[in-house]
Design a protein around this ligand. Structure first.
Ligand code: HEC
Length: 155
């Protein structure tokens, strides 16, 4: 009798001990707005086209952390980190199929890319939702790019 009551308790302790980061991720996902809210609130603005991106080697660890935090609140509602499509394409290998400049423009000049760039338009045909421009500053987009590189296994 006594041991039966202990088993669920033990299981709960193990879950708590091992899954702290997953719970944090779940909490971040709950705090993040839904795709519909993001689209409704997104401004139609874009900055000057980005023509140059400096690539760090090794990765800038602080940028990876900051990029991850931005992903959790602004991108997670629509993008997964594996290869599966949610509202938009999964991010696995995105840094291998796109150049850094392309990615940075997709983040900062989304409307421009969706109206001018054939590759972006192909994704739009597949996803049937326009990625909203979320007014991400260029230096913040660079940190998201660093997080994408880390997600693709770069060190
Ligand atoms: C409301 C949903 C939504 C949000 C939020 C969103 N995206 Fe997207 N994203 C899309 C869709 C949909 C596409 C595919 C192009 C299209 O249909 O407009 C896309 C495409 C992309 C692509 C190109 C992927 C590829 O494989 O070619 C990148 C890079 C990208 N998004 C980055 C971001 C970043 C960074 C954020 C967060 C700052 C973000 N997205 C937030 C919906 C979203």
């Amino acid at each position: 009798m006594k041991s039966h009551r202990l088993i669920p308790l033990l299981a709960a302790c193990l879950t708590l001990a091992s899954c702290g980061s997953k719970e944090e991720a779940d909490a971040a996902a709950k705090a993040a707005p839904t795709p519909g809210e993001i689209i409704a609130g997104s401004p139609v603005v874009h900055g000057p086209e980005i023509k140059k991106v400096d690539i760090t080697n090794p990765l800038n660890a602080a940028w990876v952390t900051s990029g991850k935090a931005q992903y959790d609140t602004k991108c997670m509602p629509c993008h997964r980190l594996d290869g599966t499509k949610l509202v938009g394409p999964g991010w696995k290998d995105v840094t291998k199929r796109r150049t850094p400049i392309w990615i940075m423009n997709m983040i900062c000049n989304t409307d421009f890319m969706l109206s001018q760039d054939a590759e972006a338009q192909k994704q739009l045909e597949l996803c049937l939702v326009r990625m909203p421009n979320q007014n991400v500053a260029v230096e913040d987009a660079r940190k998201i790019l660093e997080f994408m590189r880390s997600n693709d296994g770069e060190k």
